[in-house]
Design a protein around this ligand. Structure first.
Ligand code: NAP
Length: 219
């Protein structure tokens, strides 16, 4: 199993890459500039000596060769990045974790992007890919720290059963995370917008809280 992360050099992509690589998954950190990805991989190796993380620094184009691809660019770069790579992504599961947020005064507020959510825009940019939204609510800081245990639900939405299944399998492979099928891409706008609330809570309480749903028979 290999995972490619587009824009994997930022806090969110690096954090997810580190967690997945710590599980023995082959992760390719993608960048618009290969040298930057190579530097990030070297820095992560130095940060976690002895963990033998299976990480490679590649271009975003090369990251698309992985079995499953995650887009971890800023929200306004997600659909354009995917659009340019659409041919390479045909037939693949692509996970979008981008949240459209803007800073207004002291707070981050949710924006309503043109197609209602970034995940929908990503699906429309790569119509032959199987796009899911996931990981929106997991703060990079906790995810990046391999010494910190995780305890969160990850809401997963897609119009494709195949994408839901593959994404939940990936989430469930990370100890402490549980993937929850949150329905079709109609859910994506609300999921992404809720991140603004969560970030506000985290700033106010100096926390890095995520979400945990209750009421499931097995929870
Ligand atoms: N940070 C978190 O805690 C967190 C948690 C959950 C979800 N998210 C979401 O995950 C995404 C990434 O977050 P982040 O904080 O890691 O973002 P970031 O640092 O601003 O950007 C990530 C990477 O994207 C690339 N990039 C920047 N601008 C781009 C553009 N216009 N087009 C294409 N690529 C571009 C850059 O990599 P190169 O220059 O190497 O190409 C950059 O290192 C965001 O959409 C965010 O909402 C973040």
């Amino acid at each position: 199993m290999s995972i490619g992360i587009l824009g994997g050099t930022g806090p969110a992509g690096k954090a997810l890459a580190t967690r997945l690589a710590s599980l023995g998954i082959d992760v390719r950190i993608g960048s618009r500039q290969q040298e930057r990805a190579t530097e990030i991989v070297a820095a992560l190796g130095e940060k976690w000596p002895g963990r033998s993380l299976s990480l490679t620094g590649v271009t975003n184009e090369e990251a698309c060769e992985a079995d499953l691809v995650v887009v971890a660019t800023p929200w306004d770069g997600a659909a354009p990045t995917i659009s340019a790579l659409a041919d390479r992504l045909a037939g693949k599961v692509v996970i979008s974790m981008a949240n459209a947020l803007q800073k207004v005064g002291d707070e981050l507020q949710a924006l309503v992007p043109p197609r209602g959510s970034i995940t929908v825009a990503v699906q429309q940019a790569a119509p032959d890919a199987f796009v899911a939204g996931a990981f929106h609510h997991v703060p990079a800081r906790g995810l990046a720290n391999l010494e910190e245990s995780l305890d969160a639900d990850v809401l997963v939405c897609s119009d494709h059963e195949r994408a839901i299944t593959a994404t939940i399998e990936l989430v469930d492979a990370i100890p402490g995370l549980r993937g929850v099928d949150a329905g079709s891409l109609s859910s994506a706008g609300a999921i992404e917008a809720f991140t603004a609330v969560l970030v506000g809570i985290n700033i106010k309480h100096r926390a890095h809280a995520s979400i945990r749903l209750t009421g499931f028979k097995d929870s």
